[in-house]
Design a protein around this ligand. Sequence first.
Ligand code: HEM
Length: 425
Amino acid sequence: MSFLDRYESAAEDRRPALVVSWIRTEWREFFAELRERRPIMHTPLLTLVTRFADVTEVLSRERVFTVRLYAPRMDPFLGGGFMLSQDDTPLHWAERGLMQSVLPVQDVPRVRRMAAAFADEALDRARPRGRVEAVAELARHVQLRVCREYFGMAGIGLDELSAWSRAAQTDIFGNLHGDPAVHAASLDAGARLRDRLHDLIDDRRARLGCGGAVPDDVLTRLLRGRPPEEVAFGDRRVLANLAGLLVGSVENTAQAVAGAVRELLSRDDAGRAAVAAAAEADPARFDAHAWEALRFAPPNRMIFRLCESDHVLAAGTPRATLIPAGTLVFACVSSAMFDADAVPEPDAFRADRPSHTGLHFGYGPHLCLGRHLGTAIVPEVVRRVLLRPGVRPLPRAEAGIRFGDPPSPAPPLTRPAHPRQAASW
Ligand code: HEM
């Protein structure tokens, strides 16, 4: 029986759980059927959008499909508003611009070298055991060290940073049920992170003031910069943005590295081609293999938005559908990257796809701020793994890379509050 037939014949109270379980375990098959038979699927709790054109329409209409549901979780963690919790506001545009200027594309080779060195150190440390735990020991480890040494979170323990990042991510993107304990854990983590960043900022300011030695990292650049007064980018805003880099980067990068490693090592031809590309003199020759692997193991299966006003999605096409105000919309980026209208031969593994068909970094006004960094860090860490002679995934029974719940966001089992009440979540 098809997914939709099973959905229709299930009792109404069972349907949300069915959708959740299919997205967790059979997302490719489920989304393939939706793209074909019901590309915009309304459920009592949320609406799934599965075609490339419609996903990008949702993600580019920031006044209709907003990020408002992030704010009540993200802002208290960061100690103020943030570009990802606001749509089309002066703060969003000004701070996005400022942050982009302190994360210039020119830094990518340097950050790539850092990621390579951190990954090699982690792999060397694990070598006597003959196995590496790919998520915490490798992928998270590398990105946490990037946070310390490139973003400027110097001296903060990696375990602490890791726990705070996880607590924030779980609450902001995975807690649509509104579990108060999850929220409280994130608030606590945010307070501890902000305390440490506060001290770091004071210390760095003092050193800058007396001409002391300072590292060339994002924090130094933020404190040295002179944004226009109208932007009001004081130390509180520096702190919120620095904290935002932790939340934005760690979980996504770790998920992507681990997913790509597993995907490549579990494929015969594509795996061999990737190993060969990894050994080429120009490291960038390898990157397309990792990104294509991630189409099959996407770090984010979907991105959620709140529809603020009635909107006809896919207007002018046979699938035109009214999305009523108040609908929770899941833009299924993982599905869109298998839409044959946008991605030729979507089921084939091809390492020659143009980057514009990839939606791993989102789309539109919230397109990932760190995509240039992520585009280098993720494949470089994967490459360092594939360069190890004889590397292979452990059999499942011995664990290999184990994935629990999918990454953000976990679909809610209860309807979210109406938009007008959402601010009090
Ligand atoms: C493989 C690695 C990464 C992936 C897959 C990824 C993915 C994403 C996605 C999907 C979004 C859009 C979220 C939405 O529209 O709701 C996003 C936004 C963002 N990402 Fe990343 N990201 C990665 C690495 C990074 C890194 C390294 C940084 C830090 C420099 C970063 C910082 C951010 C920030 C600040 C935003 C919000 C941008 C805005 O709202 O204007 N990300 N990322």
